[in-house]
Design a protein around this ligand. Structure first.
Ligand SMILES: [Zn+2]
Length: 180
């Protein structure tokens, strides 16, 4: 289930002109929470792709399916559409990400990631160097901490709930009531 951080990020789409979620998570929870401008750089577990042909399908879960699931077209094994170590990143996702950067970004939040993957860390470092405000939400310090403008040493749900409450207090136009 999406937590209050996933939900807060989705709610922000209603008050900000654009909220791009660039995530390395494969759990599909941002989509479930309602985020629509989503770049899942490592893919997600809800999309299955055939290991032999072009068939793909989306599933909520695999209850009642034979395991491993088989391709209805060619009978080969289906695999989750996730990126494994050593595999190339999905080109479409990288292009959409580059386009979003090019369009201009007012603020970058990095939430709950250690920044181990360079393509996750680099945009944050790039934004910080370009003078774009950067906020890291992570209970511990990471390799990104020294680059960001603000480090909030909190869990994602706690920090996002507090941010939503502060926006509400400051009367940001159109902010929907948010129940953490
Ligand atoms: Zn197939």
């Amino acid at each position: 289930m999406p937590n209050s951080a996933h939900r807060a990020i989705a709610v922000l789409e209603q008050v900000l002109s654009r909220v791009v979620v660039f995530t390395q998570n494969v759990d599909g929870l941002h989509r479930k929470a309602g985020s629509s401008d989503l770049i899942e750089i490592h893919g997600n577990l809800q999309e299955l792709i055939c290991t032999a042909c072009d068939h793909g399908e989306t599933v909520d879960d695999l209850a009642g399916r034979e395991l491993p699931p088989r391709c209805p077209v060619c009978g080969s094994v289906l695999r989750p559409n996730v990126v494994l170590f050593g595999e190339a990143l999905p080109a479409g996702a990288m292009t959409r990400f580059a386009d979003a950067l090019e369009e201009g970004i007012d603020m970058v939040f990095t939430i709950g990631t250690s920044g181990v993957f360079p393509y996750i860390a680099e945009p944050v470092v790039w934004a910080a160097r370009a003078g774009i405000p950067t906020v890291e939400i992570n209970p511990v310090e990471t390799r990104l901490t020294r680059f960001v403008e603000y480090h909030l040493p909190l869990g994602a749900a706690e920090a996002m709930t507090a941010i939503m409450a502060a926006l509400d207090r400051h009367g940001l136009q159109g902010i929907p009531r948010f129940q953490g």
